[in-house]
Structures are given as C-alpha cells and as structure tokens.
Design a protein around this ligand. Structure first.
Ligand code: GLU
Length: 452
C-alpha cells in the first residue's frame, strides 16, 4: 500500500516535470498545482490511477490547435491575431468550453482554462469533456463590423476542428451573444449544415437555451447559498461584494437581489462602483450590454447612493459575501486579509481561478466558506449541456424547466463536493472535494477506455 506522503512526492515530481515541459505558462502551472496538491489521498487509496500513467495523460491535452487570424479593420488595415483551441480531455463527452477574446490570452491561459474545465464539466454529472479556446483579439473599442470580420476569420479556421459530437465552444470573457451569432453564421455558411449543437450560448429563436446567459451567475449564487445553509445561514439581508460587470457579474447581482441579499459593487479594469442602495441592474445592463460602456458611467448616472473609485480594489468594501466574477488572480492575499478583517463569511468564485493560492489558503484558515470556481461557476457550462440536449432533440424548454434543472445540478455539485471532502478527511474543504470528485469521474472513464 502506497502512503499518502509517497504519493504526494510522486505528484510533486510530476509537477516539476509539468513546469519543465510547459515553460512560460504560469497560469497552467498554477491550475495544475491546485489540483494535484489535493489528489494524494485518492491516488494513494486507488493505486491503479498512478499505475496507468493516468495523471501524466490527464495533464497533457489530447490536442492543441494554434492558428493565424487575419482580418481587416475599418480603415482597411490588415491585423493579425492568434487563435487557440485546446482540446484537453474527451473521456466524458465532446470537448466543451468557452472561447475567450482578450489581449491577455496566450497558450498558457487557454491551457489553464481547459484544464479547469475538465473537472468542472465532470462535476456537472453531464456528458461533456473539457476544452477551451480563444484569441488575443481585444473587442473593446471595435465596431460591430470589425468584430464580425474577426469572428468570421476566426471561424474560417476553427470550423474544421469542431462539431456537435466533437468539440462545442461557447462564450467566455469577450465572447457573448453577438460573437456567438457571427461565429455560428460563418460555421453554417462554410459547412452548409444547420448544426445547432456546435456552439452554445446562441440567441433565443435560433437554438439558444433560455437561462443560458443567466446560468453562471445564478448558479454561483445558488452554490454560495448552499454553503451558507451548511452553516445554518441564508442569503437574506447579507451584503455582497461582486467584482466584474460582464455577464457573470450581472446575473450574480440579479440572483443575489432576488434572494434578499444586497449586492453593492461591480467593477471593470478602470475601477469599481459602490452603491449603498444596491446595484441598479437596469442601469448596469443598459450601460454594459446596450452601450458597451464603462462602470464609471453607472456612478455618474445613478446619483447620490453610488460612487466610482478609480483603480481601487472592490475587496476593500466590507461585506458578508464576496463573489469574484471578473478574471484570474483578481483576489490576492492582501485582499483576502482585508475581507477576513471585515468579517466575510463566504467567498464563491464566479470567474475561473480568480483567487490566488495564497488567498485561498488564508480564507480557509480563517474559517471562511470557500467555493472554488470549478464547482461554484459550473452552472454556465451545465446549462450549455442542456442547450446541447435541446438542440439534439430539436426542442426548447421553458425558462422554469431550465432553472429547475440548474438548481438541481448546483445542489448536487455542492453535495458531491461536501461529501467527498468529508470522505477524504477534509470536512468543509470544497477545493479538495471538488478536485477529487471531478478527478474520480474523469479518471474512472479514462481507466475504462484504456491507454489512449
Ligand atoms: N466559459 C464558461 C466556463 O468557464 C462556459 C463554457 C461553456 O458554456 O461551454 O465554464
């Protein structure tokens, strides 16, 4: 019988290998560390995982595609971006995961996101593998026509790698309904197929699922509520700080408000807004979704209850709950210390890996309930899988039905993580629970399917 410490040293050795084999990919190293650091108990208990080279296979993407994306701006100048699709693991189903358009995108970022997606998708209990893609294209300040030409060029290469039974992209940062529309149009034109299940996050009326736009934010609030329930509390009357002002943040605020909490902040890269009366969602949606503007405009138009803090950290605002919903590593150790000092009870990740490892450690040590993104924000991809199911059946479900399924999935993810953590002597540790439960499901499928 292998001991946990022997297993841990094997995993540490593998982590060193990962760093050597994948140089200059700090986000991918971070994501791999975060998972492999928690797997020793399960690998020690099930030696067949180590014997089959399973973890070495798991950290190596099945396929990685990088391509040139040339397009013309409105002045007729040729621009060149880089496109990516990392097809990480298809043991449980077609590769599934979003596309991110942001200047910070590079191969390491897409690999970290794809790696996270494997476990997240496994936790949903649905038949979806893990993948992720995107580009270093920056949609900010670009006209609709430029975004369309970019999306068409991007899809002109991507189409040959995807398909409803192969790989099903969706949105992420910088990719919303508008971009999915242009991408789907070009896919349909090139392939001459109405293959609605090839992309998710589509518009209502042409294959999109009701509640998909809301799903990540709604799901995260349901996960936070489940963590609070474990401690004998609920959301009613709690003050919440939310970062970001994109799709995830907006629907996080919407659900928090609906369940009686007071969501007082939102942010973007220019700074944050704090609104004592609670964020006015109609105004925020108008500014972000219709005008595609910045959050300072919110404070200008909202009146006395709101102020804009340029360049500040949203985590300085005292609150019972924190829901980071912007981007990776946005909540560091200092921010975590401030949250703890201000009495935060729960932190639940709407974004992917928004909390640094040091901050996670500090929060857990202080007894704060911490919901890792691969569990807490899985509602988005879960409803994407429900969109695929509707597309395959050529039907569409009511909003009430999708919302009910989403609530069931989030409850079941919470229970799975909670019980798995207890089973492996880490009660209340949702990071360990999520990593081990997600890993077991993928690992068992990989074992059954042989060395491929
Ligand atoms: N980008 C989202 C995520 O991080 C959703 C992916 C999807 O719907 O496929 O999970």
């Amino acid at each position: 019988m292998t001991t946990r410490s022997e297993t841990q040293s094997t995993l540490d050795h593998l982590l060193t290998e990962i760093e050597l084999r994948n140089p200059a990919q700090p986000e991918f190293h971070q994501a791999a560390h975060e998972v492999l650091e928690t797997l020793a108990p399960v690998v020690a208990a099930r030696p067949e995982y180590a014997e089959s080279g399973l973890i070495e296979r798991l950290v190596e993407p099945e396929r990685q595609v990088m391509f040139r994306v040339p397009w013309q701006d409105d002045q007729g100048r040729v621009r060149v971006n880089r496109g990516f699709r990392v097809e990480f693991n298809s043991a449980l189903g077609p590769y599934k995961g979003g596309l991110r358009f942001h200047p910070s995108v590079n191969l390491g970022v897409i690999k970290f996101l794809g790696f996270e997606q494997i476990f997240k998708n496994a936790l949903t209990g649905l038949g979806i593998g893990g993948g992720k893609g995107g580009s270093d294209f920056d949609p900010h300040g670009r006209s609709d026509a430029e975004v369309m030409r970019f999306c068409q060029s991007f899809m002109t290469e991507l189409y040959r790698h995807i398909g409803e039974h192969t790989d099903v992209p969706a949105g992420d940062i910088g990719v919303g309904g508008r971009e999915i529309g242009y991408l789907f149009g070009q896919y349909r034109r090139i392939t001459n197929r109405w293959e609605s299940g090839v992309l998710t996050g589509k518009g209502q009326g042409w294959g999109g699922s009701l509640i998909r736009p809301e799903a990540t934010g709604y799901g995260n609030v349901l996960f936070a509520a489940a963590m609070l329930r474990e401690r004998g509390e609920d959301l009613e009357g709690q003050t919440a700080v939310v970062s970001g002002s994109g799709n995830v943040a907006i629907y996080t605020i919407e659900k928090l408000t609906a369940l009686g909490a007071n969501a007082v902040t939102c942010s973007d890269s220019s700074g944050y807004v704090v609104d004592e009366k609670g964020i006015d969602l109609d105004l925020l949606k108008q500014i972000k979704e219709v005008e595609r503007g910045r959050v300072d405009a919110y404070a200008e138009r909202r009146g006395a209850s709101a102020r804009f803090v340029p360049g500040g950290s949203v985590w300085d605002v005292p609150a019972d709950l924190a829901l980071p919903s912007a981007t990776q590593n946005e909540l560091d150790e200092n921010a975590a210390a401030t949250l703890v000092r201000n009495g935060v009870k729960a932190v639940s990740e709407g974004a992917n890996m928004p909390t640094t490892p040091e901050a996670v450690h500090l929060l857990q040590k202080a007894g704060v309930a911490f919901g890792p993104g691969k569990a807490a924000n899985a509602g988005g991809v879960a409803v994407s899988a429900l969109e695929m199911a509707q597309n395959h059946a050529r039907t569409s479900w009511t909003a009430a039905r999708v919302e009910e399924e989403l609530a069931d999935i989030m409850t079941s993810i919470h229970t799975t993580c909670h019980e798995t953590a207890e089973r492996y002597d880490a009660p209340g540790d949702y990071v360990t629970g999520a990593n081990i439960a997600g890993f077991e499901r993928v690992a068992d499928a990989m074992l059954a399917q042989g060395v491929i």
